[in-house]
Each structure stands twice: as C-alpha cells, then as structure tokens.
Design a protein around this ligand. Structure first.
Ligand SMILES: C[S@@+](CC[C@H](N)C(=O)[O-])C[C@H]1O[C@@H](n2cnc3c(N)ncnc32)[C@H](O)[C@@H]1O
Length: 330
C-alpha cells in the first residue's frame, strides 16, 4: 500500500519487447477500461490522454470503418508516437476507423469536439513511461536532467522557475497541496537555501537530505523526493485544473448512454473524479457505474508494478430529464 502515490519508473515501464529505451508503456487496466467504455463498432470515442496509444489502439481495433477515434495529448512527442501506433494495420484497410488527433489539452475537448457526439471518453491521467524515462524531460528524480517537467513544451512555466524563483512559503504551500507532503516547510526551506538548483538529480538530493530525518508512515518505502516531484509536476502542468475542466465539459460531449472512464494515480485526482461523478449523479447527469474504484488485479500488478496505484471510475451519461426536474450542469 503506498497511500495512492504515483511512484516513479514509468507507468507500465517494462524492459520487454521495446525495452526501457524504446519507451514501452503497458496500458493500465486495459480490459477494464474497454469494458466500462462498452466500446461498440461504429461508435465515436475520445482518448483524452493518448500517451503511447495503448488504450487508443485497443479502442480503434474495435470500431470498424464506420467508427471514429478522436485523440488528445498536450505532448507533441506523445502524439507522434501514438499516431504511428494508430496507423492502419496491414490487412485492416477496410476495417479501420477514422482517426483525428489533437495536440491540445483535454481541458479543451468541448471546443474541439461536437456536443453530444461521443459514445465514450477515456482519460488515463498523469505521465507516460516515455515522459518519465526520458531524462531530458526532467520528470525523473532518478536521472540527471533539466528542471523542466512540462508535458507541453510550449507552456511557459517550468520546474526550474518553481524551484529557483518561487518564494519559500509559496513553494511550501504547493508541495503540501499537490504532494500532500507533510514535510513541505522543511523541504521548501532546504530548496531555497540550496539555490541555484541545477538539475533533477540535484533537487532530489536536496529534498532527500531535508526529508530523511522524518518518519514517513504513509509513504513508507518510497523515495523521499517522490511527493515533492509529484507536487511540482502537477503544478507546472496545471493537472488538477485541466482535470476539473474535463470533468465539467465531459457531459457536453458525451451522448446520453455514453460513458466516461477515468483512471487516476493519486488521491487528489481520484477525489476530484469521485466528487464530480457523485455531484453529477445528484444533478441527473451521470449514473455512476463504479461504487468503488476499480483497481488492478494481482496479476497485472505483478506484471506491471506501476498499476498498483491506479484507480478507475466510470459513469454513464444519463438522458436529460424533463425540463424543470433537473439542475443544469455546465
Ligand atoms: C498515462 S499517459 C497515457 C497512456 C496511454 N493511455 C497509453 O496507453 O499509452 C498520460 C498521457 O496524457 C497526457 N496528458 C496529461 N495531461 C493532459 C492534458 N491535460 N491534456 C492532454 N494530454 C494530457 C500526457 O502527456 C501523457 O502522454
């Protein structure tokens, strides 16, 4: 049990067919996600987080030529890799869906996709193994890399600015809020004293030195820099704001009867999803399909240890009720 912490190493990172350098990424809860999406031939599905295209290719292969897959990723490199994986396989030329990929945040889905058009939306949150394993992206505390951590390389804020420019109390607050790190003040003080911090390895070393003396019952067994790196990454990428926006606009793009499936990897995200589906159920927008989150089987965890923190929740879009008998949900 790791307290819902997304640990490092690349979700689905494996040294199998593609090896670490080939950035393999085993899609987490693949069968469960496909089942809850209830993927049907001829349908329109949105993969909001293409990554390396693992879930997307499994969806695409079930849609047939009448179907449509719309994919999003704010990382252009992920989009490139996913588009290669989604190329029409040999022999399936007559049976492959129309595929449209957007290099955009899933927060903007409602601007890119027609209302009431999707039979399902999948979001598999966080970073991919490709992003984590590429030291040059600056996501990993296990490698020497620049303090970057941006999924979208065009976005303005980098980890370097947060680490080297934010004042101590802002830094402590964000480490506490987005990392749920109880030692945030001590860590922020150490970071400010060690400035300029030049790399991910340097940051990991400063945080580890500051965090080591404290007991860590919740995060037992995790690297002392895990929560601080998680916090900075979430902040730099506006991950919770984007998730909030996705949850708010999903009911606009999903047809009545369509499904929303979200896989999250830490408690902040899972709480947001749970609350949004509960509020949506009260408002007559969602019929939740998972009372408790679906988690990976022991077999999946043994094969892919990173799946151990995955939590999947799903809901079905409810037919609009008679006018006047429901609250509006925008
Ligand atoms: C865990 S990976 C998805 C892996 C994918 N399901 C697969 O099977 O390969 C998450 C991906 O979502 C992307 N991402 C995260 N937040 C995003 C956002 N707000 N908008 C679009 N893409 C996002 C990341 O860049 C990353 O490529």
């Amino acid at each position: 049990m790791d307290g819902g912490i997304e640990s490092e190493g690349g979700r689905g990172a494996q040294s199998g067919a593609h090896g670490r350098r080939g950035f393999s990424h085993a899609p987490v809860l693949l069968k469960e996600a496909i089942d809850f999406l209830a993927v049907k031939r001829g349908g329109t599905y949105i993969d909001a987080t293409l990554g390396l295209g693992g879930h997307a290719s499994a969806i695409a292969s079930r849609l047939g030529s009448e179907g449509r897959l719309i994919g999003f990723d704010k990382d252009p490199r992920a989009l490139e890799m996913a588009s290669r994986r989604l190329a029409v396989p040999e022999g399936r030329e007559q049976d492959w869906p129309q595929i449209t990929l957007h290099n955009a945040s899933f927060a903007d889905i409602a601007q890119q996709v027609a209302g009431n058009s999707a039979d399902g939306v999948l979001a598999d949150l966080g970073v991919s193994s490709m992003q984590l394993e590429d030291a040059g992206r600056g996501f990993s505390f296990q490698a020497e890399g620049p303090l970057d951590m941006r999924m979208d390389p065009q976005s303005e804020l980098t980890a370097d600015q947060v680490v080297n420019q934010f004042d101590e109390s802002n830094l402590a607050d964000l480490i506490y809020e987005f990392g749920e790190e109880r030692r945030s003040r001590r860590i922020a003080r150490a970071i400010v004293r060690a400035r300029p911090i030049k790399s991910t390895a340097h940051l990991a070393q400063v945080v580890s030195a500051a965090a080591r003396p404290m007991k860590q019952p919740r995060g037992k067994g995790i690297h002392p820099a895990t929560l601080t790196f998680q916090a900075i990454r979430i902040y730099v990428n506006r991950e919770l704001e984007d998730l909030r926006a996705l949850l708010a606009c999903a009911p606009q793009v999903i047809k009545p009867g369509g499904r929303l499936v979200v896989i999250s990897f830490h408690s902040l995200e899972d709480r947001m999803v749970k609350d949004a589906l509960r509020d949506g159920a009260r408002a007559g927008v969602w019929a939740p399909l998972t009372r408790k989150p679906v988690i990976a089987s022991e077999e999946e965890i043994a094969e892919n240890p990173r799946s151990r923190s995955a939590k999947m929740r799903a809901a079905e879009r409810v037919e609009a009720r008679q006018q006047g008998s429901h609250r509006s949900y925008k």
